[in-house]
Design a protein around this ligand. Sequence first.
Ligand code: SF4
Ligand code: SF4
Ligand code: SF4
Length: 253
Amino acid sequence: MAEEVKKRTTYRSRKELKPRLYIGDPMVAVFRTLVRTTINRPNTILYPWEKLIMPDCFRGRPGIRLEKCIECKKCVKICPNQCIQMVPIDHPTLGKVNRPQVYVARCMMCGYCAEVCPTNAMMVTPEFELAAYTRSDLMFDPFKLQYEHKPGYEVHSPMITPSELKAGKTESHDKGDMAIKDTVELDPKKCISCQRCAKTCPVGAITMADTGEVNPKTNKPVKRPVFDNNKCVSCEQCVEVCPKSCLSMKEAM
Ligand code: SF4
Ligand code: SF4
Ligand code: SF4
């Protein structure tokens, strides 16, 4: 019992110390800053009349070059905040196509979408002043998302595989390098030659090749997809569309 009373007393005495920490210390800090800024230049700038110069690697809101997009949806899949979706547009030269729309209010400007984009259609822009009166104003449709491209707005983060790191290698790979590219694998036993994968591929990396066999039920030649890994952008659209789940991605990393 005596020990409990002692504990409570200690607790109370610590509590009594708090006003000094919460009130006294900040007052000293404020006074120090006041003296420093009276003698020297202030630490702040007169925003919005004055603006900081952003570094070249600054990642602002995403921007897009509509004509470079191949509808691979890699940006949609990678976005950690799920703020990208593909929407149909009627473009004067491209016609009726699907292009990414970004809900900028939810965007954390990580630049992953630009990093993963195989054609550098998606890029990071230096734009960060995005205040708006309504949330809907921050829904950037593909046309509003467009931005004039300048070299450096695309993101190229060199990568190295864990096995290479273990082996002591330091040389890294650029985007699109075959060594870090995920490739599609086919289980030929399951394939029904429906050609959906070839029709879906946004870059025409799949061709249906004759196997030389004939389907006994339909009497038609049996075809299997063949993948051109140089053209493939690892978007997984063929994997998603296959009705027999006979395609899978072999991860390089
Ligand atoms: S910058 Fe990051 S959060 Fe913003 S849209 Fe791109 S992937 Fe999503
Ligand atoms: S990753 Fe690039 S090419 Fe693919 S849909 Fe997004 S913007 Fe278009
Ligand atoms: S979508 Fe699947 S089943 Fe159809 S051809 Fe391609 S791999 Fe074969």
